[in-house]
Write a protein that binds this ligand. Structure first.
Ligand code: FAD
Length: 493
């Protein structure tokens, strides 16, 4: 028998997608979201005609998006006005050298050879490896359910240990392709998206730079939040009901069953199954009875956090490209300060985004909208970090870095600033430790080892989202939504 009713806790990407798949299969689905609108971390706000994507700014892995929209019976190309961003990023190094990552191989050849003779061939070989890691990884690891150990530990999966280089360190692996440390960092910084340092990430993650160059980085007109709007439209037309400003205080469990949820306004709602999209470690800690699993999860490795600055500027800074990354020479120490010391590096690598370069409507005419993001450690156990101080230092680092590319007076043109620290990430989206990407993606927290999409004790309680399989990122959250819905339909039929 198909479940007749499902309550989804949270309207993040994974929650919306799972809800839509379930509703398309005839299930009565209600999504309860604590905030006033859908999207979760893929959030947006506007002020004085300036529009800001508050979370994701990069549409990467477009093939996954295409496949997941198709699985929902839709076409992403028809629903969104997508443009390819090329060059993807402008990289700026401490010595002032710059590299515009582009799919134009002639330009890449000229640029790379100026950094290190022979390195273009290195890139082509690296892309070959990335191609293998991407295609094998998506098929064998991302697009798969891992319900039991035998789904993972099979003879057929043995070759993955060689094909995907999971036991090879990503940064060390770069020596096979490049000598120049700037090039090694240019093609490994994407590990930060997984909450990992390239000095500990598996070489498997060369799939990220590969897909960025091969399949492109894209931008939907209107910003990343247009993806949420498209998904909500699909959900509503499938019959999903959304309730906003509806915060769940507790999942009501009895024996091996989840009976329903209790909201902070005191209401008690029941359903045949519950699907939690709120950050998984938070769900265990705050919504379920405290048990050893919740303590075990808390001790797991979490990804880093970020401090984000959102600026409305009174004049355009056309010199600033859409995506600029300032990569620090002390690349290794940067990751140590963030991941081990949970702080801000003395010379942090950072990212600046100017969405109006891609869509002029993101800023009022004659003005500009700029976002600066500085990766920092997640919140510590003892709450010892002084976030106001760290935030102020991070802001100065952005201005300092901008001066090196000739943007000397951005701070004089700020009409207003909004900023997010890890405290806000935790409060607004209930992200444990303010960690922006949830549980990190080291080897012991990947694939079968990542928390599963079903609770081991409560037979009708399921999970979806960044801290469960397959992991962080918008397209992977869509995959996570489909996998969770498929499992629910299967097991409750
Ligand atoms: C700063 C930043 C930059 C990023 N950049 C990119 C990028 O460029 N590209 C990319 O692909 N990905 C990026 N990501 C990652 C991506 O945003 C996430 O992996 C993805 O959006 C997570 O979706 P999710 O399904 O886990 O849901 P979440 O986004 O975690 O949503 C969960 C929802 O549950 C709600 N909730 C929590 N507790 C309760 C409760 N008790 N009751 C009711 N509702 C509750 C929350 O409010 C939230 O809306 C970025 C993330 C951040 C934070």
């Amino acid at each position: 028998m198909t479940p007749k009713s499902v309550i989804v806790i949270g309207a993040g990407i994974g929650g919306i997608v799972a809800a839509t798949h379930l509703a398309r299969r005839g299930v009565n689905v209600t999504v309860l979201e604590k905030n006033s609108h859908a999207g979760g971390r893929c959030d947006r706000f506007s002020r004085e005609g300036h529009h800001f994507d508050a979370g994701p700014t990069l549409l990467v892995m477009p093939l996954l998006y295409e496949a997941e929209f198709a699985a929902l019976g839709a076409s992403i190309a028809e629903m969104l006005d997508l443009q390819r961003v090329d060059p993807t990023y402008h990289l700026v190094f401490d010595d002032g050298s710059q590299l515009a990552l582009t799919s134009d191989m002639k330009s890449m050849q000229e640029q790379l050879e100026a950094f290190e003779p022979g390195s273009f061939l290195g890139l082509l070989r690296y892309m070959e490896e990335g191609h293998r890691h991407y295609h094998v990884g998506i098929e064998k690891l991302v697009n798969r359910q891992f319900r039991k150990a035998s789904d993972f530990f099979t003879l057929k999966n043995l070759p993955l240990a060689f094909q995907l280089k999971p036991l090879v360190n990503h940064y060390r692996n770069m020596s096979a392709y490049f000598d120049d440390p700037r090039l090694k960092s240019a093609f490994t910084f994407q590990d930060v998206y997984m909450g990992l340092s390239p000095f500990e990430a598996p070489a498997t993650f060369s799939m990220m730079p590969y897909t960025e160059l091969a399949h492109g980085v894209w931008y939907p007109r209107g910003g990343m939040y247009s993806i949420v709007e498209a998904l909500v439209e699909l959900a509503r037309s499938a019959g999903v009901t959304f309730e906003f400003d509806a915060s769940v205080a507790q999942i009501d469990v009895n024996g091996s069953q989840a009976r329903g949820v209790v909201l902070t306004d005191g209401r008690h709602l029941t359903a045949d199954a519950i699907l939690a999209n709120a950050d998984l470690p938070y769900v265990y800690k705050d919504l379920l009875p405290n048990d050893s699993e919740s303590r075990r999860l808390e001790r797991k490795r979490f990804s880093c956090s970020v401090i984000s600055f959102f600026w409305g500027l009174d004049k355009p800074f056309e010199k600033l490209p859409a995506h600029t990354l300032f990569l620090a020479d002390d690349y290794r120490d940067n990751f140590k300060s963030i991941i081990r010391d949970l702080g801000l590096p003395t010379n942090p690598s950072l990212y600046v985004h100017a969405p109006a370069r891609l869509d002029p409507s993101m800023a009022p005419e004659g003005q500009d909208t700029v976002i600066g993001i500085v990766p920092v450690g997640h919140m510590s156990e003892n709450g010892g970090q002084d976030w106001a101080k760290i935030r102020d230092e991070a802001r100065q680092h952005i201005f300092r870095r901008l001066r090196t590319v000739g943007i000397t007076n951005l701070e004089d043109h700020i009409k207003f600033e909004v900023n997010y620290t890890p405290l806000l990430w935790r409060k607004r989206y209930n992200l444990m430790k303010g960690s922006t990407h949830g549980l990190c993606h080291n080897l012991t927290q990947l694939g079968y080892f990542r928390p599963h999409n079903k609770h081991s004790r409560y037979h009708n309680l399921y999970f979806v989202g960044a801290s469960t399989h397959p992991g962080t990122g918008m397209p992977t959250a869509m995959v996570s939504g489909r996998l969770a819905a498929e499992r629910m339909i299967d097991e409750m039929a």
